[in-house]
Design a protein around this ligand. Structure first.
Ligand code: ZN
Length: 477
């Protein structure tokens, strides 16, 4: 795929985590009994009138500002007309020609450098209901109808599936810091559609684009884009003309399937929403919300580098999740001494491994900073080995007990006592004569093997440094 360049734009739909819906007082809580959170407004009954949720506006402005967009002074809602069973009104309240905000950007990390991805617009709209397909028909749940949504549209500045993935991860991280959405793709709180076209390298004219839908994870977006690049390249190679269409990603078959030819904006017959007046957003309002924006991930990473002497690479990993970053900082402050390297290594190493194994975040492991610092204290005083420390960590997560208690009750204190180690060493030597001969004939690796055996025999409690010294001394004698 070197002959073509991929041109990708992403459209992200984000649920705002307001307590009530965008235009009525119904709850937005997820997972309740179907159609239990509805009223005449969100069901589109005749005579009902929408009233706009002020918190949704505040959240929307917050996101727009964090994405460097220009919030518009004058903005209004429009009706986007189409029929679908999950849309009881026959139109969606959205924004068309005067959206909330325009012309922002966010920076993504790509191959070690920063790339700026333009953001065309961030506008407000409402979600539709949800269809549940069963064997003998389809059911509709309107609990989601009217939940406030933001649509975040990127410029077609993205040139690879990997960049798309980076863009989504960066965006999600920023939104999580703002605390305006749970960004949970499984609940549908964050959804992403992609536009993609190919053009010959060096060409500036855009090719025919495909809109991709139905990706349920960031990895799905990446996979769907990779598939589509191959598909389109093959068609272009064979001289076929592409049609502008919408295609669905099939995550089981790992391919895209044509759904319909793409409709244009004119098909929706947009017109201003007559039941909601246009509104003016004052500079004072914008400034007030700007002040409420917390430290964002890239800012936190820079501060971690400056204040705690972290490497830039480590800092970026630590700040990706807001809760993990807060927990890390709590540990930095609680840890005596200036060198925070041990904490960083434990976050990126054993803690992250435990979190991944358990399908949790690091903060979700629910260990306190005090316990973690206590554990690392045992380790840095050489009272337990690294291996033991990892298994104590695992126990701490399972039992919520203090590391000191676990170490004591399981008798895990490291064996640094020469005499005790020598006894184990003699056993190991007796059982592994071949390795002893190998070592003596110059095979250095055999020593590592013997140290390994000694560690095993001591159930990970031997101090590996001392064990190695003793073995070397004994074999060289
Ligand atoms: Zn309602």
């Amino acid at each position: 795929m070197s002959k073509y360049e991929a041109v990708i734009g992403l459209e992200v739909h984000l649920h705002l985590s307001t307590k009530t819906k965008a235009f009525c007082g119904c709850s937005t809580e997820f997972g309740k009994e179907a159609n239990s959170q509805t009223c005449p407004v969100c069901l589109g009954l005749p005579g009902s009138l929408p009233v706009f949720n002020g918190t949704a506006l505040d959240y929307a402005i917050k996101v727009a500002l964090a994405l460097n967009c220009k919030v518009q002074e004058y903005t209004k809602f429009d009706r986007k007309n189409y029929f679908y069973p999950d849309l009881p009104k026959g139109y969606q309240i959205s924004q068309y020609d005067l959206p909330l905000s325009l012309d922002g950007f966010l920076n993504i990390e790509t191959e070690g450098s920063l790339k700026r991805i333009g953001i065309t617009r961030v506008h407000m709209e409402e979600d539709a209901g949800k269809l549940v397909h069963e064997n003998d028909g389809s059911l509709v749940d309107f609990n989601r109808a009217g939940v406030p949504l933001l649509e975040i549209v990127s410029q077609p500045d993205i040139n690879s599936p990997e960049e798309a993935y980076q863009y989504l991860s960066t965006l999600k991280s920023i939104i999580e810091y703002l605390d305006v959405s749970d960004c949970d793709m499984e609940k549908g709180s964050l959804r992403c559609d992609a536009n993609i076209s190919l053009r010959p390298l060096g060409e500036s004219k855009l090719g025919v684009k495909t809109e991709l839908k139905n990706m349920n994870s960031f990895k799905g977006v990446k996979d769907a884009l990779s598939y589509e690049i191959k598909r389109q390249a093959q068609l272009l190679e064979s001289g076929e003309i592409l049609t502008q269409e919408t295609r669905l990603w099939d995550a089981k078959e790992l391919k895209t399937i044509s759904m319909r030819t793409k409709e244009g904006a004119k098909d929706y017959r947009y017109f201003p929403e007559p039941d909601l007046p246009p509104f003016i957003i004052t500079d004072a309002k914008i400034e007030e919300i700007r002040k409420s924006i917390p430290e964002l991930p890239h800012e936190k990473a820079s501060r971690f580098v400056e204040s705690y002497g972290l490497l830039e690479y480590d800092a970026k990993i630590l700040v990706a999740s807001k809760k993990d970053a807060l927990f890390a900082e709590e540990c930095f402050n609680a840890y005596p001494g200036k060198d925070k390297k041990l904490i960083v290594n434990w976050f990126i190493g054993p803690l992250m491994a435990e979190a991944n194994n358990r399908n949790l975040s690091i903060s979700g492991l629910n260990i306190s900073s005090a316990y973690l610092i206590e554990l690392l204290g045992f380790l840095s005083r050489n009272e337990i080995s690294n291996l033991t420390a990892k298994s104590v960590l695992s126990d701490m997560i399972d039992t919520a007990e203090a590391p000191g208690k676990i170490i004591k009750s399981k008798n895990l204190v490291q064996i640094s006592d020469g005499q005790a180690l020598k006894e184990i060493m003699e056993e190991v030597i007796g059982e592994n004569q071949k390795s002893v001969t190998d070592y003596k004939s110059g095979k250095e690796n055999a020593l590592m093997f013997l140290v390994g055996q000694l560690m095993r025999k001591s159930q990970g409690k031997a101090n590996p440094k001392i064990a190695r010294e003793l073995l070397k001394e004994r074999l060289n004698a």
